[in-house]
Design a protein around this ligand. Structure first.
Ligand SMILES: O=C(CO)[C@H](O)[C@H](O)COP(=O)(O)O
Length: 211
């Protein structure tokens, strides 16, 4: 299956979001509007990006951990295709999120940040979740943590799932992820902090096309 690239827009202005989308749109499959960007601009940023780019897939990184129904409705009604929910949330929050996304024709992505229990992931799968994100957060990255092979054991016996991976991926270290069961590579600072963001996105697309 063709590997996908998700551009994560984090800690930047609206103008910068548009700049990075325009620079990279030939090479990316999804735009992720980061949690901090949504906190800064509210749901209007999702609406505006949807209006400007009517056909691109948008992930609203809501990082919902409670009030699953209303937050997911906010995201999907603003034009997002996918809304995120934290895997450590109460199972009812995840269920409410899934139901709201399904009702509105959207999808739910489970962020597995901080989760190491296979049992917990299986219980989320059992209520119908099919998209999971393996995630090393910014504050973990700053302590030297990075994506590692055995974390994918959490999803290895689940059928029909789509696996996303996030956490400090760039055009150099992405080669270390070859062979892992990743469908979509989420790249934020690896593109936004590159000297040439367009070239970085192009390189990353080329590298994963050879995986
Ligand atoms: O969800 C996020 C932070 O919580 C980021 O979008 C994700 O980690 C990708 O960014 P980076 O490539 O800079 O790590």
């Amino acid at each position: 299956m063709v590997k996908k690239i998700q551009l994560a827009l984090d800690r930047m202005t609206k103008k910068e979001c548009i700049y990075y989308i325009d620079e990279t749109k030939d090479f990316i499959d999804y735009i992720e509007i980061g949690t901090g960007v949504i906190k800064e601009y509210g749901m209007n940023i999702v609406k505006e990006i949807r209006e400007t780019y009517p056909s691109i897939k948008i992930i609203a990184d809501m990082k919902t951990c409670d009030a699953g129904k209303s937050e997911t409705e906010q995201a999907i009604n603003s034009g997002a295709n996918i809304s995120t929910v934290m895997g450590f949330s109460n199972i009812n929050t995840i269920k409410e999120t899934l139901d709201a996304a399904n009702t509105l024709g959207g999808e739910m992505l489970i962020d597995l940040l901080g989760i190491s229990s296979k049992e917990q992931v299986t219980s989320i799968y059992d209520i119908g979740a099919r998209k999971f994100c393996m995630h090393i957060g910014k504050d973990m990255q700053s302590k030297g943590e990075q994506l590692f092979t055995s974390m994918f054991d959490l999803v290895d016996d689940l059928t029909d799932v789509t696996v996303f991976a996030a956490g400090g991926i760039n055009e150099v270290n992405i080669k270390n992820l070859k062979g892992l069961p990743i469908d979509t590579f989420i790249v934020g600072s690896g593109i936004a902090s590159a000297d040439n963001p367009r070239k970085a996105a192009e390189n990353i697309k080329k590298i994963v096309s050879e995986f």
